[in-house]
Design a binder for this molecule. Structure first.
Ligand code: HEM
Ligand code: FES
Length: 444
């Protein structure tokens, strides 16, 4: 018997067999983008949905799902789409639309009404020259542009497993490592976010602000240390909060960028957390910061010494997916030109297929910063591809088509580093997808 799954906010319906089809299977089979970072293994919670009607038509929570629900205080209407199987009609709403939203999940398990000490990296970014822009434009245009800036500069924080903590005036604050992670990883995430923000600002100046007589600038300060994180405030209005000396120091390091005319400054604690060979450092100096008795050692961060795969992928993703339908259409055109027989593997509707592919590519780039689920997800994707009739020897065709699509879509922004990064990423994705038959630890 077939059951109907109705996606409320999409106003779309999917059909699925009542014997052994999970809600996630229904989305994938019906080409409805649905985040599933761990590939349906019940570990990442990104596939969660709210059941609006027909809860009685789903199997009960498994032990694993029940534990997650309890820890995260979910109400009974929230279910993991990959863990519940369909027995009849259901109406639902997906709770995550994009990978960008996933990093905020880290705050879900933080304590309520108190704070715990955690080793985190804190990034302060101050946007400058914005007042020049606002004095010459209508408030409506300013609000629109401010949103664009917040999005473009916030994305690198989210892509690197950080949380956008606050916007204060022209300042954006990001925190990294609230839910754990090593000192090195949390510091590197913040550094990568800072470099991504620099790329994003360059693009804003070159594209969005081309016709305005303004060039935006920014200063970024990063610090690392033990800070208190939790949900604090009035019991009816608790908010995710980060407090402690390392936060104040990060803010003061940011203020130093203005004084010294630098772009990105990092504290010595950040510098010490990452391998010495990784970073290109400009100058190092000691500064007196308000509230600190001793002078603090600060380093000017210029970038990574070698091509950083994640940074290049992240910086090119938005440009690639600006018009995701056009990107996917061009890519599939190239695949089918190279190997016309591959067209027969696809069931009709290529635009929907294209959207699933771009959704997945975006997901891969985001989840490289939290790789614990990525391998599981890719193996599952590889297993599905085996079922679709995809043979190992087809993968190089897809890689070639993708690498040829890049320069055409990126135009003036295309660089050899971007090509290199996507080539390595596709090799990793392919190798992992092809390894679906092996034990989970075998792909490094
Ligand atoms: C390089 C990595 C690849 C990625 C990231 C990728 C991604 C995807 C995604 C997200 C889907 C949607 C269905 C699902 O999630 O299971 C899909 C379906 C599919 N892919 Fe791929 N794919 C890759 C490689 C390939 C290759 C090499 C081929 C064959 C030449 C291929 C052929 C197909 C086919 C036939 C389908 C099913 C379409 C249908 O049901 O109509 N893919 N792929
Ligand atoms: S928990 Fe369902 S896909 Fe990860």
């Amino acid at each position: 018997m077939k059951a109907r799954i109705f996606y409320a906010s999409l106003n779309q319906e999917a059909k699925c067999n009542t014997d052994g089809c999970s809600l996630l299977d229904a989305s994938i089979e019906n080409k409805i983008p649905h985040l599933h970072e761990c590939g349906g293994n019940g570990k990442c919670t990104t596939c969660r949905v709210r059941i609006l009607e027909g809860m009685e038509n789903l199997t009960a929570r498994s032990n694993q799902e029940a534990i997650m629900a309890r820890n995260r205080k979910w109400d009974p209407s929230i279910r993991l789409a990959c863990q519940c199987y369909v027995k009849g009609d259901v109406k639902l709403q997906r709770l995550f639309w994009s990978s960008a939203e996933v990093s905020k999940l880290q705050t879900e398990t933080l304590p309520e009404g108190k704070a715990e000490e955690r080793p985190i990296a804190i990034l302060f970014c101050d946007l400058r020259n914005f007042t020049n822009l606002s004095s010459h434009n209508l408030p409506f245009d300013i609000a629109f542009m401010l949103n664009r800036f917040y999005t473009a500069l916030g994305d690198p924080i989210l892509m690197n497993n950080g949380i956008i903590y606050q916007y204060v005036g022209d300042e954006i604050i990001g925190v990294f490592g609230t839910a754990g992670g090593t000192r090195e990883k949390n510091s590197l995430d913040a550094i990568r976010a800072a470099m991504g923000m620099r790329y994003a600002l360059e693009r804003l100046n070159r594209i969005e602000l081309k016709d305005f007589d303004v060039k935006l600038k920014m200063g970024i300060g990063i610090n690392f240390g033990l800070a208190y994180v939790g949900h604090l405030g009035h019991p009816t209005h608790r908010q995710f909060s980060v407090v402690g000396d390392p936060v104040n120091v990060a803010s003061r390091i940011q203020a130093q960028t203005k004084k010294t005319g630098t772009h990105v400054l990092i504290s010595n604690s950040v510098y010490r957390n990452v391998p010495e060979t990784a970073l290109e450092i400009g100058w190092t100096y000691h500064a007196s910061l308000a509230g600190k008795e001793e002078r603090v050692e600060i380093h000017e961060l210029l970038g990574f010494k070698q091509m950083d795969l994640q940074l290049e992928l992240q910086a090119s993703l938005h440009l690639l997916l600006q018009d995701e339908d056009a990107f996917a259409a061009l890519f599939y055109e190239k695949v089918f030109q190279k190997a016309p027989f591959i067209r027969n593997l696809f069931k009709n509707n290529m635009p929907d297929q294209g959207r699933l592919l771009t959704h997945m590519l975006g997901g891969i780039v985001y989840s490289l910063a939290r790789p614990e689920h990525l391998i599981l997800g890719l193996k599952k994707l590889g297993q599905s591809h085996h079922r679709y009739g995809v043979k190992d020897e087809y993968y190089p065709i897809v890689k070639e088509a993708m690498l040829e699509t890049l320069p055409e879509v990126l135009g003036e922004f295309y660089t050899p580093q971007i090509k290199d990064a996507w080539s390595q990423a596709l090799d990793f994705v392919t190798k992992t997808m092809k390894s679906w038959k092996e034990a989970s630890s075998s792909v490094a």
